[in-house]
Design a protein around this ligand. Structure first.
Ligand code: UT7
Length: 325
């Protein structure tokens, strides 16, 4: 089996910053509540004419440049998103058109906040099997488009952004172990009720705010801590290493308290945890993608380091991935 690694990373965040102070003028909340309960200080929000593919394209271009590859060299594009520009065609096809990756096959995956990790694992299979050489994986979201700006329980949590990476066969390092899991019995804890075939859009669904994220946060919190810890332990045991050997932990950024609790359970010290939730909030599939990219850009993640990706989201779905960088 070929060793598969990440050969380039990219990210893009829209320019507009929405602070906790701004939100306190929109709903009954405060900077103090949001900061202490979530760790979020601000998040990015798209401009009126910006959609998910616009963010994905910018992140993808940066990842290609970082990998030193031309778009024609990409064989497969996978975009993970719960907020595609339209129900169809896929965001990946829009990315293909914009970057000129005319040889690529394209599809989107929907694995909510774990989508980027799912994308990496899918890409790894294709490359290891010899089907494709270079795969572009993007996690991109415009969560502001499905956020109920009148619901303080959810509107303080989410933000927009995109992260990308290019995977290819590598001689040194690469993906060491992976683990994906799901549990559909919790499907009602985090969902968007209307707009699909179960409840097509009507004036009534719009009036009832059913096209927005509905979340039972408190129940999810406990599940997130246990499941993310278990997923991480799975890949660590599979790789026959100890968590203490991990150089950088890049978790999904849903809540800084979840991240801290998981790190504590895993015995990973605080200085080895990459956190960017303070600046961007929860960006679902873009969260681990942008965190990974920023960790590389800022020198927190260097060649030879052992990095652990760990994500959890609606479905429920989760995934972890251990990479020798
Ligand atoms: O992305 C993957 C999936 N997502 C997650 O895993 C998210 C997991 N959940 C969480 O991060 C947390 O549960 C939340 C941040 C969503 C909520 O924090 P919490 O500490 O679990 O608070 P809570 O839901 O138990 O609410 C506590 C109180 C409630 O008031 P009462 O009933 O105690 O009077 C809420 O009404 O806080 C109130 N509250 C707020 N107050 C001020 C909820 N949202 C706000 C707000 N500002 N924005």
């Amino acid at each position: 089996m070929k060793k598969v690694g990440v050969i380039g990373v990219g990210e893009y965040f829209p320019k507009k910053v929405l602070t906790n102070f701004d939100l306190s003028k929109m709903v009954d909340t405060s900077d103090e509540w949001i900061t202490t309960r979530t760790g979020i200080k601000e998040r990015r929000i798209v401009a009126k004419n910006e959609a998910t593919s616009d963010l994905a394209i910018k992140a993808a271009k940066e990842a290609l440049a970082d990998a030193g590859l031309k778009a024609e060299a990409i064989d497969l594009i996978i975009v993970a998103s719960i907020t595609p520009d339209t129900q169809f065609p896929s965001v990946s096809c829009l990315v293909q058109k914009a970057i000129g990756a005319h040889k690529a096959a394209c599809f989107d995956i929907e694995a909510a906040c774990a989508g980027f990790v799912y994308g990496i694992v899918v890409a790894q299979q294709f490359i290891a099997a010899g089907t494709y050489k270079n795969v572009l994986v993007v996690g991109a979201e415009v969560l502001s488009s499905i956020t109920d700006w009148e619901d303080r329980n959810t509107c303080v949590l989410f933000g927009d952004g995109a992260g990308a990476c290019v995977l290819s066969a590598v001689k040194a390092g690469g993906i060491i172990s992976t683990y994906l899991g799901s549990d559909g019995t919790y499907s009602d804890l985090l969902m968007l009720p209307a707009g699909g075939s179960r409840m097509p859009a009507t004036c009534d669904t719009v009036n009832k705010h059913l096209h927005y994220i509905k979340m039972r946060g408190n129940e999810l919190f406990k599940l997130a801590v246990n499941i993310m810890s278990a997923a991480a332990n799975h890949v660590v045991e599979k790789a026959k290493i100890k968590t203490e050997e991990i150089d950088l932990f890049v978790p999904h950024q849903a809540n800084v308290r979840i991240i801290q609790a998981v790190a504590k359970k895993l015995k990973i010290s605080e200085n080895k945890v990459y956190i960017n939730i303070d600046k961007y909030g929860n960006t679902s599939s873009a969260s681990t993608a942008t965190a990974l990219c920023q960790a590389v850009k800022t020198g927190r993640l260097r060649r030879g380091d052992l990095v652990l990706l760990d994500a959890f989201g609606s479905g429920l779905v989760w995934g972890a991935c251990l990479i020798r960088w």
